[in-house]
Design a protein around this ligand. Structure first.
Ligand SMILES: [Zn+2]
Length: 252
């Protein structure tokens, strides 16, 4: 289970009954649109209870839990939350989820998703031991390696990766890449384009992550399905696996 989960953890239908659990927008109104209010008494407990219920049904084999905030959506602007950035609010929730999940799974770890509006590291909230970095550089370029010196988008992402690693540590950190994400390369519109696959770029990216001590590597592969294969043939999944298989063990 690895999803933007807030709509499941705090069902939007619950708004009429308890609007105070929901975020305040910039207009000062409670809104049943995205995320939650972390300062509302009982809201965090409610969401944590739902996360634990989900974990009982969908228990990961790795001990690593991925309950993401809503997809690139704002967090709470109420008087109590507004001094915390989206990143800080997302991490605060991850810290609470960790505590709740550890009551039923003592080895639980919880992802902090660094992505889009939470790509910059949190500044006011510190991660509890057991919260790990998941880094998803959706706005980087894929026609050059992540570490390409002349690509400013990638340079910015790399700087934020390093800033996040300084906070969360590299040992447990995970990259969530887009090398095989046909949906992203298609601007999330079907029919899907062919994945602009480059073995060299992925290999260079692995060195970039590995050189920083990151050993958990994943990629999206949305739209890689029967329709994709009918149009474009075999996707480079085997080559992706082969690169990971041959990736040298951690150096130093
Ligand atoms: Zn709030």
């Amino acid at each position: 289970y690895e999803l933007h989960a807030m709509g499941d953890l705090l069902p939007r239908e619950f708004f009429e009954e308890n609007p105070g659990f929901f975020r305040m927008n910039r207009q000062g109104e409670r809104a049943a649109d995205w995320n939650l209010c972390l300062s509302a008494p009982g809201a965090v407990e409610y969401v944590c209870r739902r996360a634990v219920e989900t974990a009982r049904v969908l228990k990961p084999t790795t001990g690593r839990y991925f309950y993401w905030g809503d997809d690139n959506r704002p967090w709470c602007h109420c008087p109590k939350c507004h001094s915390l950035s989206d990143s800080d609010q997302a991490l605060l929730l991850a810290n609470h989820l960790l505590e709740a999940l550890r009551e039923v799974d003592s080895g639980a770890q919880v992802a902090y998703l660094a992505y889009a509006n939470t790509l910059a590291p949190p500044e006011k909230v510190a991660p509890k031991a057991g919260v790990f970095l998941e880094f998803a550089p959706i706005h980087r370029r894929y026609d050059v390696p992540l570490a390409a010196a002349d690509a400013k988008e990638n340079r910015g992402n790399l700087e934020l990766l390093d800033a996040n690693l300084a906070l969360f540590g590299a040992d447990t950190a995970q990259a969530l890449e887009y090398w095989l994400d046909a949906s992203r390369f298609s601007q999330w519109k079907r029919p899907s384009v062919k994945i602009p696959w480059s073995r060299e770029i992925m290999a260079a990216d692995l060195d970039t992550y590995g050189g920083r001590g990151v050993r958990h590597i994943t990629t999206f592969a949305v739209y890689v399905d029967a329709e994709y294969m009918a149009m474009h043939g075999e996707p480079p999944v085997e080559e992706y696996g082969d690169l990971l298989y041959r990736w040298p063990a951690k150096r130093g």
